[in-house]
Write a protein that binds this ligand. Structure first.
Ligand SMILES: CC(=O)N[C@H]1[C@@H](OP(=O)(O)OP(=O)(O)OC[C@H]2O[C@@H](n3ccc(=O)[nH]c3=O)[C@H](O)[C@@H]2O)O[C@H](CO)[C@@H](O)[C@@H]1O
Ligand SMILES: C=C(OP(=O)(O)O)C(=O)O
Length: 453
């Protein structure tokens, strides 16, 4: 099993660059299926496993996709299928985002049910409610959802019972080619929704109000490929901000957009971290003991659930008792047991976790239960005594580009041990191979350690 190995005790300093946002690029790639004329070019597409998976979904539908140097070309002029198979959708829930584009463009689609995952059951009722309201007929059977419509979808008013990011995106994409006007009420307001709307408008769509609770889409007859640069990943940025703060460090997070990180910055400032934003990123300076805070996750612009686990790690490095309430997903405290293997002493009471800071964390063998849990365990490992081994790297690879290389570029004592490397190579060879990867990632190798600890 491959794993990240972290030796605690290093203070992080320097500059780290944030990659393009996973949660923007995935719906944008799905939206590129709407381009009946010309290709789409998507810049700052991070080299994540999730991106490779959705590219494969598009290829299985007949689109021609190439990926080079963080740029994706999608030629979706000729599509040969409207069915997204189980093998790909089961790998990644966001594959379900191809449903809206396929239904509205082809009048029919069949997609494997995405199912739940480690953080919750994650139903899709709001997506389907939207499609039905627009005139689609939905049938479920044998693990697949079939949607079809006679002629074009029809614009209508859709009120979402929960401000779902995915449902807002799927319905928004479906509405671009519908007849008439669609209004989404109680729409999600995340920056990634705005990024998707900008991409769609670049294709010729007429989307207004993205980023507010009411989005209005006037359907058009056809869309064409466009060129777009994905926004920086606010969750990756927040993760490096936490990594800097937990080590008492001084780090410039290049590309972080302070406006997208409002609640994360507010809570870190409340803890005593100095955050200095400028137009290119944010400087994070932690030069005093951290104070306990209480955090409740909420849809944007509230505190993001995708930063909950990392914030929990930061609370462990503070003085006093903090409380985290998770309101977005019903099962997103799986990392607590893993933190507790490191002597964290966190208690769960329903949807709340009580985190007592100041405990001396000790390195342990732990496992990422989802991608943010993995990043959070690595953050905790940065201040733990001894060595922490974080397994479940496939989760982390879904959302973090060159995580070990970026952190080691800031001075962290971290490296990745591949299963195959562990079996076949010497520690010197592993160091050399890691050094090569880090060089490719542009990181300066302040602390590369041989494996085999
Ligand atoms: C690829 C992507 O962008 N993923 C993000 C997206 O996931 P995703 O789009 O799946 O998350 P949603 O916003 O849809 O989910 C929020 C809540 O709504 C519920 N719900 C959702 C849809 C539905 O039809 N019915 C329903 O009840 C979910 O179970 C959950 O409790 O937003 C989440 C919430 O910010 C983030 O954690 C994910 O990183
Ligand atoms: C939960 C997440 O992603 P996804 O919705 O793709 O599972 C996440 O990015 O933290």
């Amino acid at each position: 099993m491959s794993k990240f190995i972290v030796r605690g005790g290093k203070r992080l300093t320097g500059n780290v660059k944030v990659s393009g946002a996973k949660n923007s690029v995935l719906p944008i790639i799905a939206a590129s299926l709407l381009g009946e004329k010309g290709a789409s070019i998507i810049h700052e597409a991070p080299s994540l496993d999730d991106v490779m998976t959705i590219n494969k979904v598009l290829e299985s539908l007949g689109a021609v996709v190439t990926y080079q140097d963080e740029t994706i070309h999608v030629d979706a002029q000729e599509l040969s299928s409207c069915e997204a198979p189980y093998e790909l959708v089961s790998k990644m829930r966001a594959s379900f985002l191809v449903m809206g584009p396929l239904l509205t463009r082809m009048g029919r689609t069949r997609i494997s049910l995405p199912g739940g995952c480690a953080i919750g059951t994650r139903p899709i009722d709001q997506h389907l409610k939207g499609f039905e309201a627009m005139g689609a007929e939905i049938n479920l059977g044998q693990g697949y959802i079939e949607a079809k419509c006679e002629g074009r979808l029809r614009g209508t008013k859709i009120y979402l019972d929960v401000a779902s990011v995915g449902a807002t995106e799927n319905i928004m994409m479906a509405a671009t080619l519908a007849e008439g006007i669609t209004t989404i009420e109680n729409a999600a307001k995340e920056p990634e929704i705005v990024d998707l709307a900008n991409f769609l408008n670049g294709m010729g769509a007429k989307v207004r109000g993205a980023g507010t609770g009411v989005i209005r889409i006037e359907g058009v007859e056809k869309l064409q490929g466009t060129e777009h640069t994905v926004i920086p990943d606010r969750i990756e940025a927040g993760t490096y901000m936490v990594a800097a703060a937990i080590t008492g460090g001084n780090v410039y997070v290049e590309g972080a957009i302070a406006d997208h990180l409002g609640p994360v910055i507010a809570k870190m400032e409340e803890m005593g971290v100095e955050i200095i934003p400028d137009e290119n990123g944010v400087q994070v300076i932690a030069n005093q003991p951290l104070r306990a805070v209480d955090v409740k996750t909420l849809p944007y612009p509230g505190f993001p659930t995708d930063m909950q686990a990392q914030m929990m790690a930061l609370m462990l490095g503070s003085e006093g008792t903090s409380v985290i309430t998770e309101t977005v997903f019903e099962n997103r405290f799986m990392h607590v047991d893993e933190f507790n293997l490191m002597n964290a002493g966190i208690r769960i009471e329903g949807r709340t976790s009580i985190v007592t800071g100041g405990a001396s964390l000790v390195g342990a063998k732990v496992c990422a239960t989802d991608l943010r849990a993995g990043a959070a365990l690595i953050c905790a490992g940065l201040i733990a005594e001894g060595t922490t081994e974080v397994g479940g790297t496939h989760h982390i690879d879904r959302g973090y580009v060159h995580l070990a290389e970026k952190l080691s570029g800031l001075g962290a004592d971290i490296w990745r041990l591949e299963d195959s490397e562990a079996k076949t190579s010497t520690s010197e060879e592993q160091t050399a191979s890691f050094a090569e990867k880090a060089k490719q990632a542009g990181a300066s190798l302040l602390s590369v350690q041989p494996t085999g600890v």
